[in-house]
Design a protein around this ligand. Structure first.
Ligand SMILES: Cc1ncc(COP(=O)(O)O)c(C=O)c1O
Length: 411
């Protein structure tokens, strides 16, 4: 038996190990502005598990030789692909400590984890101007947040029919109608995961030339249901053109018709940070559940998002970890009774760090400067001969195409 244990040795030299990672992180972040946002790199990899480990330092070298050239600058300012986010320095600090502390943020037995999450959620609720009736939790992304919101909606719908779906499932029930104008693909994915069927979303017409739902068409769809309860997904920042549904008008309909309202505000929720944009969210406080991503405009590392709801009682019915004596009686204080996961990373900590470090004013500036850059790019594109804007620049997304192949080559 070998008496040299890489694990024991690394554990005895943890400072050196982490300093290597720190130096590499600093090197990366200092160069991210010039690093290509994407590349066509592929690794030449051996796919071999070492029998005797290399130890952290040699592993770091192996990583550098094998993979580090492929790391893209997608978190940097030259990335114009999806709506993503970067990292604030304080968020990285919080994320590193999340790894080092390795708290299981699953229940209140880790009192500090539970309190950090509660405080981060409270700061976010305040940042978004949502009423205190909303409770929130961290999940891994907007897809999971949409999943949670729709799962609560499914439970709400079941109760309208006198069925506890969390207990007895959806078997034998009529089709649950889900109405939406221009939902994100993750809504369809969530319907699939929830056993509701991705083909069962009923698309509602959007306004001419827009991706915002046509309120009259939505009302017509609700009238056609003749009192049957349903779910409406309102979109607050469609990913292609950042169009917003008129949520205030949807909220007016909610008083007349029986539906559960979920708002997907994955990145559009950050409109609330700026007096110039917050009108876009008017009425979202009437929602039953809301999705907001954290790894987008909050600029924390992947993977992180918030789900907010005013229906915690229903959420508890869906997500409770019941039947395991060691997990206690289901209650709304313990995260593992409210979220898809049981064990959970303390995602709240990077959020807490960045919110504390930069505050409401910092986030107003992030949103406004990001939108100002997008507006400038939009103006340049509109003025160019080669490109054509396909939608007004509403916030942070610029949608454009080549004007014509011939003029584009010259332009
Ligand atoms: C409106 C909207 N909803 C949901 C998502 C899914 O987000 P995630 O990748 O965090 O799951 C996105 C991602 O771009 C989005 O723009």
């Amino acid at each position: 038996m070998r008496n040299h244990s890489p694990l024991l040795s690394d554990s005895a030299h943890v400072a050196e190990v982490l300093e290597l990672a720190c130096a590499e992180a600093v090197r990366f972040l200092e160069g991210v502005e010039t690093r290509p946002a994407n590349n066509d790199w592929t690794a030449s990899v051996a796919h071999q598990l070492p029998v005797h480990g290399l130890g952290a330092q040699a592993t770091f070298e192996r990583f550098r030789q094998t993979f580090s050239a492929g790391v893209t600058g997608s978190a940097g300012p030259r990335y114009f692909g999806f709506v993503t986010g970067g990292n604030t320095p304080a968020a990285i600090m919080g994320d590193w400590l999340t790894a080092a502390y390795d708290q299981n943020a699953c229940d209140t037995s880790s009192a500090v984890a539970a309190q950090i999450e509660a405080e981060a959620i409270e700061m976010l609720r305040t940042l978004f101007g949502l009423p205190a009736v909303f409770a929130g939790r961290f999940v891994s992304g907007a897809t999971m947040s949409n999943f949670v919101g729709l799962a609560i909606g499914r439970q709400w719908w079941g109760e309208r029919l006198g069925v506890d779906i969390a207990r007895s499932g959806i078997f034998g029930l009529p089709q649950l109608v889900v109405l939406s104008g221009a939902p994100h693909s993750s809504i369809y994915k969530s319907l699939s995961m929830l056993g509701l069927g991705r083909d069962n979303l009923t698309p509602v017409a959007t306004l001419p030339g827009r991706e915002a739902v046509d309120i009259q068409a939505l009302e017509a769809a609700l009238v056609a249901l003749a009192g049957r309860p349903c779910i409406v997904v309102a979109n607050a920042g469609v990913v292609n053109t950042v169009d917003f549904d008129d949520i205030a008008a949807v909220a007016v309909l909610k008083r007349k018709y029986d539906f559960y309202l979920h708002v997907d505000a994955a990145f559009g929720g950050f409109a609330a940070c700026s007096p110039g944009y917050q009108h876009l969210l008017a009425g979202w406080e009437e929602a039953d559940s809301i999705t907001v991503d954290a790894h987008k405009w909050l600029n924390v590392p992947y993977d992180s998002a918030m789900q907010f709801t005013r229906c915690v009682d229903l959420q508890l019915k869906v997500f409770q970890n019941s039947g395991a004596a060691y997990l206690g009686t289901p209650n709304s204080a313990d995260a593992f009774h409210l979220t898809p996961e049981t064990s959970r990373r303390l995602r709240a900590l990077p959020a807490w760090f960045t919110l504390m470090a930069y505050g409401a004013d910092g986030y107003r500036q992030i949103v406004e400067s990001n939108c100002a850059c997008a507006a400038l790019l939009g103006e340049r594109i509109a003025a160019s001969t080669g490109f054509e804007l396909l939608a007004p620049v509403r916030m942070n997304v610029v949608t454009f195409t080549l004007r014509e192949p011939a003029s584009a080559v010259r332009g």
